[in-house]
Design a protein around this ligand. Sequence first.
Ligand SMILES: [Zn+2]
Length: 76
Amino acid sequence: MERPGWWPDDRPMYEVVWCTSCERTFTPDQADLSDGGPHCPHCGADPIAWWDWQELLLSHPHYPRDPEIGGLYPLY
Ligand SMILES: [Zn+2]
């Protein structure tokens, strides 16, 4: 995926984002850019709350490598 211009400069591009606030997945192109975004399309959380799905997999190896987009994947 092309790196969107709004993606934070200080982090690598994620193919799939996992939101620590709502524990759901989305792809960067689904981010809500309205109202001073980007925000999580599910709960509106700022990018500070976003994790790379690959990062979650490190501590949750039983989760699928290709998660359901929009799916709920609890941290605990
Ligand atoms: Zn969220």
